[in-house]
Design a protein around this ligand. Structure first.
Ligand SMILES: *Cc1c(COP(=O)(O)O)cnc(C)c1O
Length: 394
């Protein structure tokens, strides 16, 4: 079954929360054509390198509105912060230039607080508490954003390790990588409680962990002093936006380490007025979505791709939901690689070379994996047909 453009738009408009874009005006500028940069159909996911997500119309409109007048940036940060903390039921919120910036600013707040002289001195942390505890299994690429502050990461494995390290009196913060919860001995809830008991602030990096929407308030309620989210992933805000949520004193201190304040570690983490407003608009939109209907539509897209590739004998499909991070329905497609003489890497390359160019999930466990939540309405048919054709005759 193929849908024509009118049917796509009709189907999309019928779905709550995914209002279809109005048809592009005939004379609309195509910047990517002008630049000779080939766009892609994103069946990979909210990957930063692939530009993460697409801005919904209402977010673009809010950013456009923000772009038309001058404001005082600190006043805007505070006003948006108040709106966001009210929406999420947390003490305080700061729009940062991304989750990585939220990690840097949150750490800076824990290390140097609101002390002007210390703020200027970072990343020189001499004389400050400058150790950050992290479970060994939670080490990851983004802990660089924490190390940027001039701290030393101290690896721990057990509750006793944490207590021993804390007794040294140099620990400024405890960092938790939410996605690796299953890998560490100290689980997400216990980690927050341990921080409370030892009076050490805890920061949970939950950057890619929306949906579910409930995660936006879950970790602050659980007792984390700070929580970081990406704005440009599941929330579909600007790619240069993120959220630092949590304790009022720490979020306010983080703001002092941030742009527009010169001679701070966060001066290079600038979120502009358009992004600050876009983040707020994206969050408002996201919270109003009919999440069940959106989920059902993602499942429908998985079934649509599965039906098309299922036309090829011997090809198997299964829908799966990653347990944490990008926890939405995906489709896994497998086949007898030896019999067919076709490896997943070949399939991914052939789709990348297709017109339109299609990117599949780069971290597939087996076969190839299709992310459907980053597709525009109707693109599941494009991906399904191309994948079917490649699997049929390599
Ligand atoms: C994507 C991601 C980040 C960085 O987020 P940005 O918003 O791109 O800065 C940090 N931590 C984790 C776990 C992520 O997935």
């Amino acid at each position: 079954m193929t849908l024509d453009r009118r049917e796509f738009l009709g189907a999309a408009a019928a779905l709550p929360g995914t209002a279809a874009l109005p048809p592009a005006p005939a004379a609309e500028r195509d910047v990517y054509r002008e630049l000779g940069v080939r766009p892609l159909v994103n069946a990979a996911g909210t990957y930063t390198t692939l530009s993460a997500s697409l801005l919904p119309r209402e977010v673009v409109e809010a950013m456009d509105s923000a772009s038309r007048k001058y404001v005082n940036l600190v006043e805007l940060q505070q006003a948006v912060g108040r709106r966001i903390s009210a929406l999420l039921g947390c003490e305080a919120a700061l729009v940062t230039s991304g989750a990585a910036a939220a990690l840097t600013l949150g750490t800076a707040a824990c290390v140097a607080g609101a002390d002007r002289e210390r703020i200027r001195r970072l990343p020189d942390t001499a004389g400050m508490r400058n150790e950050v505890l992290i479970q060994k299994s939670h080490r990851y690429g983004y802990d660089r954003a924490v190390r940027n502050v001039g701290v030393r990461l101290v690896e721990v494995e057990t509750r006793e390790d944490v207590e021993r390290a804390a007794a040294g009196g140099r620990v400024a913060m405890m960092l938790f990588y939410n996605r690796h919860d299953p890998l560490g001995a100290i689980k997400v809830e216990e980690f927050a409680l341990l921080g409370k008991r030892l009076a050490i602030p805890t920061l949970n990096d939950a950057a890619a962990d929306v949906p579910p929407a409930s995660n936006l308030s879950r970790f602050t309620k659980m007792g984390y002093d700070l929580v970081a989210f990406s704005g440009g992933k599941g929330l579909r805000g600007p790619q240069c936006a993120g959220l630092l949520l949590g304790r009022k004193d720490l979020v306010e201190a983080a703001a002092l380490h941030n742009n527009p304040h010169t001679d701070t570690i966060g001066r290079a983490c600038k979120a502009a007025k358009e992004e600050i407003v876009g983040m707020w608009a994206a969050l408002e939109r996201y919270l109003k979505l009919d999440h069940d209907a959106v989920w059902k539509d993602w499942e429908r897209r998985c079934h649509a791709v599965a039906a098309l590739v299922g036309e090829v004998p011997g090809v198997k499909t299964e829908t799966f939901v990653p347990p944490i991070a990008n926890a939405v329905p995906h489709l896994r497609v497998t086949w007898d690689e030896a019999a067919r003489g076709l490896r997943p890497a070949d399939v991914m390359r052939l789709l990348r070379e297709s017109e339109p160019r299609i990117e599949l999930r780069p971290e597939a466990v087996s076969g190839v994996e299709v992310s459907v939540w980053t597709l525009e309405p109707g693109e599941e048919e494009v991906v399904g047909r191309r994948l079917r054709d490649v699997l049929r005759k390599p």
